[in-house]
Design a protein. Structure first.
Length: 366
């Protein structure tokens, strides 16, 4: 079997998945719920996420030749397994629609003010479709290239903001209730750790590594490093802006880049520095669609290449249309994503994998 990606690329894909759900979603919820104490909510969310993260590793280890799709059918039987798979695929598609909607809102509000949302969606779905038909190898290669550009832009941003950090912007600390911090931690847990469930669509034996323990170690190190990136984004936003200004902006992570100033040479480059968020959305949407199409292919054992291509085309058309229609306005969208969607993330990306885990344990018990 040809190996499609290496262990480092697993962490790179994880980086884009987490980052795409942080900007415009998890970060705004953190600061809205627990204000300057959102730093503690983020740390709590990372700790809570260790349990599902280890669960996903166990599921990938159980049968290295199985993705989560085959594993569900193995655990529950073909009929029940197919039903569970279809529910998971449908929910991942919904997640992809929401990430695509977030991308469109970001582009239309910060770059293309008078451009119709549908046109923006079409502009992005064309390269996404091309990458989708290149399958996992193509997605991982492009993700690796974009990752290095994103890291470069990240360090330029940090360098330009370090001199503007004001520690008093975090004072007073711990003024919010414990329940607020726990609530914000739950939202971060739901959006920025459970999203890693999508990686289980990749059978472990398709990841090139000389030692399976090295893969585990690499992904675990990657897990904490990725959350260090999200922590730094939250930290610098509050430290530079203060909590009141952070709460005013829809995308404070973008607006803070207007403050980047490197020895008077690089100024007003926020539009360029923010490309890394576009990279996050782009790879995340592509991987969601990969999960959907690959999930359908494995569930129904589709061998016909033309039929599979038709499914890919249909999925891309549907997400393009629905991403512009899913919410009538930003307020409605933010209310749904704050109050309702986290519960669905827990059900589909934690409770269902837990059921799979216990069913597998039961099957192994003599």
């Amino acid at each position: 079997m040809e190996r499609k990606l290496n262990k480092e690329q697993v962490s790179i894909l994880s980086y884009f998945l987490i980052r795409s759900c942080f900007m415009g979603l998890a970060m705004e919820m953190l600061v809205q719920i627990s204000k300057q104490d959102s730093i503690f909510g983020l740390i709590l969310g990372v700790i809570m996420g260790i349990i599902p993260f280890l669960l996903y590793q166990y599921l990938m280890d159980y049968r290295p030749d199985f993705s989560i799709i085959e594993l569900n059918m193995h655990a529950f039987g073909k009929k029940v397994g197919k039903i569970i798979n279809l529910l998971l695929i449908g929910f991942v598609f919904l997640l992809g629609v929401i990430v695509f909607w977030n991308l469109i809102i970001f582009i239309s509000s910060q770059y293309l003010y008078q451009t119709p949302p549908l046109f923006i969606a079409i502009m992005f779905i064309i390269p996404i479709f091309y990458l989708l038909i290149r399958r996992l190898k193509g997605i991982s290669r492009v993700a690796t290239i974009l990752f290095f550009f994103a890291i470069l832009l990240y360090f330029i941003s940090i360098l330009g903001l370090m001199g503007q950090v004001h520690w008093y912007n975090f004072r007073p600390l711990l003024v919010n209730s414990t329940s607020s911090i726990i609530n914000s931690g739950f939202h971060y847990f739901a959006y920025c750790t459970l999203i890693l469930f999508l990686i289980t669509i990749i059978p472990k034996n398709e990841i090139a590594t000389t030692n399976q323990m090295k893969l585990k170690k690499s992904w675990r190190i990657g897990y904490f490093l990725i959350h260090l990136f999200t922590f730094s984004a939250l930290f610098f936003t509050i430290a530079v802006f203060g909590i009141k200004m952070t709460l005013i902006y829809q995308y404070p992570e973008y607006h803070i880049l207007k403050r980047v100033n490197i020895i008077g040479i690089l100024e007003r480059i926020e539009s360029t520095l923010a490309f890394r968020w576009i990279f996050d959305f782009f790879i995340s949407i592509t991987f969601c669609l990969y999960f959907v199409t690959e999930g359908l292919k494995r569930t129904f054992q589709i061998k016909n290449n033309k039929l599979f291509l038709g499914i890919q085309v249909l999925v891309c058309i549907l997400i393009t249309y629905l991403s512009t229609k899913i919410f009538s306005n930003n307020t409605e969208g933010f209310t749904f994503l704050t109050n309702v969607f986290p519960a669905f993330l827990v059900i589909f990306f934690f409770l269902i994998p837990c059921l799979t885990y216990f069913q597998l344990k039961r099957k192994r018990t003599p």
